[in-house]
Every structure is written in structure tokens, then in C-alpha cells.
Design a binder for this molecule. Structure first.
Ligand code: SF4
Length: 334
């Protein structure tokens, strides 16, 4: 089992996220002056950690807040509260200088790197930019590092002189990865990194990510809506619903015995690996409620087939099911 091996080797926590919150204030008209201000609770009390060299998958429907978590960790959007500890140091209170050092070691990879690639610059120069920003190495050293990084991500040295429009989607994602890896980071925050790619290209990039992780002992936060991809990539998975983590478990355990009704519904849509084995799909009723006006008690009660009176009134606490397996649902009492 992947996680047992990790526990045995007692890896250090690279990132600890504690009660992270991101609430967006909502502007209201003159008629509402004096009334309670409204906010969209995009992320609410999200707590998890990532070990060195581990992949933590963050999953949930579109609009559940998983991308907001990713962007809040590096303060690309400023969180409203909580703590984000990178190697024990709080990112949210870090000075500008310290933040620059953290940004060198924690890098983001986005779904579509093309929009961030300057069409008038050659790829070599684009990948070199982070080294210049962080004042690392002389010009010839930087060129060597860029060449080395190109080969790490499976690109050819001749690609150094080409322009972004000359590359396919998969190659552009490799360029995005090279830009993140050129600073020799310890943690990559990846937001839907393979969602825009064809299935065959997806598997190439996923295999590359696995190899890079092994070679460089990288930690990954892997944000995705695709449970099949996350199953292959992640050691542990956190399931988000309406801005909150509702279940967390090692990947094998989550797929073998999901506890939260929402996790069960998400997993029921993943094709079964055994041909011939039938799987009953759980269709959730209704839409994801608005985070501006979330349901009371358990936020999932408006769509949950097991909802009872208590679910509408009381927020369920996180319960420990087994080592590293937690669920927030009234069906599981201590
Ligand atoms: Fe469903 Fe109640 Fe559990 Fe929420 S607490 S997931 S409504 S059973």
C-alpha cells in the first residue's frame, strides 16, 4: 500500500493547511444599506497536509472551491483566514522576501499554459525567465539549466529556439512544467494539469509527472475533477463539496470503501476497471447550491439520499474512520 510505505519511512510534512478560508464579499445595492453584509464562502475551514514526495489529490465538482484552495496557498488570491505552513513557516504572514523564497520552492502549473507563454519569445527565453526573476546564475549557467530542464520534461534541445505557436497541447504542458521545474522546486500545485489534453497525450504527461516526482522527490497537490486520473496519480485524496472537505482517505481505501454519500456518488460515475462488472451509478438530484446562500447543517443535505432531520440542523463533525481516513457525515458517529 502506497501510504503505508510512506508512513513507515516517516516523511516530513511539506505543507500543512489549517482551517483555510476564502470568503468573497458581495456588493449590495443601496436598498440593502444597514443589512448584514453577504459573502460567498468559496473555501471554509479546509484542513489537510502533504508529505514530502507525496501526491495529494483534491477532487469535487466544478465550483466546489478546489481551484480557490490551490490559488490561495500561494496567495495568488489572498485567503480570508487560516494557516498555510510550508516547512513549518506560515505563508500567510510571510514577509515579501520570504514569500519570494517560498515561490521558488512552491510552483503552480495551470490547465492551459499557453495563455502565459509570450508568443513573441522563444521557448528557451520563456523557461529562463523565472531564473532571471529570482536572480539565479550567470547567463551561460542559466542556458545550461534550461537545456537540462527541457530534456527532463521530454523536449528536444532544438525546441529552445522555437516559438509557443509551434507546439502541440501536450508539448505546451511540458513547457509549462519546465517553467515550474527550472527553479528546482519541492512542491507543485497543479490545477487540472491534464484536463485540456487528449486521452493519449494525458497518459504521457501523467507518466512524465510520475517520473519527475520519483527523480526529484517532488510533492504534488493535484487538483482535478477526473476521478480516474486522480486514482492513478494520488496517494491520498480529499473530497470537497461546497467549499468544505467532506472526506479524506488514502486512495486505495477511498475507492474500496467510500463513506460519505457524496464521495459514493462521485465514484459511482467512474468506469469499473473489471470488464463485465456492473456498477450502479448514483445520480445526484439537483444542482450544486449557491455558496452565497448555502444550506444549513450538512451542506449536502439538499441532494443527499440519506438526509434526515438532524442533517438539516447540525453541521456534522469530522469523524476518524481509520488511520488517515476521515469523514464529515452524521451517518458515522464516534
Ligand atoms: Fe447525507 Fe446527512 Fe451525511 Fe449530510 S450528514 S451526507 S445529509 S447523511
Amino acid at each position: 500500500m502506497k501510504l503505508q510505505a510512506r508512513n513507515e519511512s516517516k516523511k516530513n510534512k511539506l505543507l500543512e493547511v489549517k482551517h483555510l478560508k476564502k470568503h468573497f464579499p458581495v456588493k449590495r445595492g443601496l436598498l440593502h444599506i444597514g443589512k448584514k453584509p453577504l459573502s460567498v464562502k468559496a473555501v471554509n475551514h479546509v484542513t489537510f497536509h502533504i508529505y514530502e514526495g507525496e501526491t495529494y489529490g483534491l477532487v469535487g465538482e466544478s465550483g466546489c472551491g478546489k481551484s480557490t484552495v490551490g490559488r490561495s496557498l500561494l496567495r495568488l488570491i489572498e485567503p480570508s483566514g487560516g494557516q498555510v505552513l510550508y516547512e513549518g513557516q506560515d505563508i500567510l504572514t510571510a514577509s515579501k522576501k520570504h514569500m519570494q523564497h517560498i515561490r521558488q520552492e512552491v510552483q503552480m502549473v495551470f490547465q492551459d499554459p499557453y495563455s502565459s507563454l509570450n508568443p513573441r519569445k522563444r521557448i528557451g527565453k520563456i523557461i529562463e525567465e523565472p531564473l532571471i526573476i529570482h536572480k539565479l546564475g550567470a547567463a551561460d549557467e542559466r542556458s545550461d539549466i534550461v537545456m537540462e530542464t527541457l530534456s527532463k520534461v521530454g523536449l528536444q534541445l532544438e525546441h529552445y529556439y522555437r516559438y509557443p505557436h509551434e507546439f502541440s497541447g501536450g508539448q505546451r504542458q511540458r513547457i509549462g512544467l519546465a517553467r515550474a521545474l527550472v527553479l528546482n522546486p519541492k512542491l507543485l500545485i497543479m490545477d487540472e494539469p491534464v484536463s485540456a489534453l487528449d486521452v493519449s497525450i494525458q497518459s504521457q504527461v501523467i507518466n512524465l509527472l510520475k517520473k519527475l516526482q520519483q527523480d526529484m522527490s517532488l510533492g504534488y497537490l493535484f487538483i482535478s475533477h477526473d476521478m480516474s486520473v486522480v486514482r492513478y496519480m494520488a496517494d491520498r485524496i480529499g473530497v470537497m463539496y461546497l467549499g468544505e472537505l467532506v472526506e479524506e482517505a488514502p486512495t486505495d481505501e477511498l475507492f474500496a470503501s467510500p463513506m460519505h454519500p457524496y464521495t459514493k456518488a462521485l465514484l459511482s460515475a467512474v468506469p469499473a476497471p473489471n470488464i463485465g462488472r456492473k456498477k450502479e451509478q448514483i445520480i445526484l438530484k439537483g444542482e450544486l447550491p449557491s455558496p452565497m446562500n448555502p444550506p444549513t447543517g450538512c451542506k449536502f443535505h439538499t441532494r443527499c439520499p440519506f438526509a434526515e432531520k438532524e442533517c438539516k440542523q447540525t453541521v456534522p463533525n469530522k469523524q476518524k474512520i481509520s488511520d488517515n481516513h476521515y469523514v464529515a457525515c452524521h451517518l458515522y458517529q464516534p
